[in-house]
Design a protein around this ligand. Structure first.
Ligand SMILES: [Zn+2]
Length: 393
């Protein structure tokens, strides 16, 4: 058998394992092997094999025989709820948030610690995360080794294979093997990834058929970024930097960017660039002040916001031309904190989306709000655990 074919078959087998696990979780104690075969149109033999694998790994178990309709008895299946919980963590400059998340992406319980993480070494931040996780596990009376693993979203360029933060401007870290700081202290695998990438994974999982569709998340606020989730998988590119559109060139003669190049996208739409423009008119310290001035009918303020929305619409067109997605999720502080901006961008899109793409995708706001990084991080660790951990027969 060719390597490629073998690889494809193993991939399908893993996908089917996850699919069946999810079906059982959603129909806990009300579903039999035969029901699953009917629902998935898989052969009873294949379903039986996968169910047995899931039982061997302790993720599901058989329940007592129950009547299923007319006098027939069938063995029902149920998930071991405690073995299907993951921990999702978000590390931002000013806060660490942690949550216990179930297979369905629901937050069971959560905790947070406010602190200036950029002023602390990674070891201190790691020990704060460990404290939060112990606190959550104690509160739920779940032993730590029962969890599937810990997923962590961090701003910056991350190597998810080594659990290393290559560079994080927000946290002021460089080349830190952060995942191992936690793995050394807790009996759980840690998966580390870029915050926007896991956020995109979390948001995409909110929508039906997320593993058959392409979702792009575009975030605008203190920075600009994007992330593609392609049929349930984060698209990474060669170095996990795919989607870092902040330094894509919009105008080679434009303003100088902090990276040293001219006319990067982030010189048009980040908070800092809006403030720089506003300060040409009068001293302004917060983006909120520009919105306030716009609401008071001041033209300069409207012009700044309107131009930012134009460039966001341009960005969406560029992203759509690159990836041809089913859905764009527009998020970030510029959108979340100012309700008019989403509709302004939507109105602009008529002028900027290339015609063949019009009507081919949905534009949506975030559905999970401030939970999305933690839910996505938990989803990621679950995905990885299921890929690595389930034995293939
Ligand atoms: Zn730049």
């Amino acid at each position: 058998m060719g390597d490629r074919l073998k690889h494809d078959q193993e991939f399908i087998k893993k996908k089917n394992q996850i699919l069946i696990l999810e079906i059982i979780q959603k129909n806990n104690r009300r579903i039999s092997r035969a029901d699953i075969a009917k629902m998935t149109k898989m052969s009873p033999a294949s379903v039986g094999r996968i169910v047995n694998t899931l039982i061997e790994t302790g993720l599901i178990k058989e329940t007592d025989q129950q009547s299923s309709g007319v006098g027939r008895k069938a063995t029902m299946l149920e998930c071991d709820v405690q073995s299907l919980l993951a921990i999702g963590v978000e590390v931002d400059r000013n806060v660490i948030k942690a949550a216990i998340v179930d297979l369905d992406g629901r937050i069971i319980t959560e905790a947070e610690k406010k602190a200036d993480n950029s002023a602390n070494c990674p070891e201190t931040v790691a020990s704060r995360i460990i404290d939060l996780i112990r606190q959550l596990a104690d509160g739920q009376k779940v032993e730590l080794n029962k969890f599937i693993g810990i997923g962590i979203g961090i701003p910056g360029i991350i190597n998810p294979d080594t659990g290393e933060v290559i560079i994080s401007a927000q946290l002021k870290w460089k080349n830190e093997r952060f995942a191992s700081l936690i793995e050394d202290k807790l009996p759980l695998p840690v998966v580390l990834d870029n915050d926007l990438k896991v956020k995109a994974l979390g948001e995409s999982s909110y929508w039906p058929k997320s593993d058959e569709t392409k979702t792009v998340l575009v975030s605008v606020g203190s920075g600009v970024g994007s992330a593609l989730v392609d049929e349930g998988e984060i698209y990474r590119g060669a170095n996990n930097i795919a989607g870092e559109i902040g330094h894509s060139t919009v105008n080679p003669d434009g303003m100088l960017c902090e990276c040293g190049k001219r006319g990067c996208l982030q010189t048009y739409i980040t908070d800092l660039s809006l403030l720089q423009e506003a300060n040409q008119v009068r001293p302004v310290h917060h983006v909120e002040d520009i919105f306030e001035a716009m609401r008071n009918g001041e033209t300069w303020a409207y012009n700044i916001i309107e131009r930012a929305c134009t460039y966001i619409a341009v960005t969406i067109n560029n992203v759509v031309c690159t990836y041809n997605p089913d859905r764009i999720i527009l998020t970030g502080n510029f959108i979340e904190h100012h309700s008019d901006t989403f509709e302004m961008v939507r109105a602009k899109m008529k002028d900027f989306i290339w015609e063949p793409f019009s009507g081919t995708f949905d534009l949506s706001r975030s559905k999970l709000g401030e939970n999305s990084v933690r839910i996505g991080a938990a989803k990621l660790v679950l995905q990885q655990r299921l890929k690595q951990g389930l034995p293939l027969d």
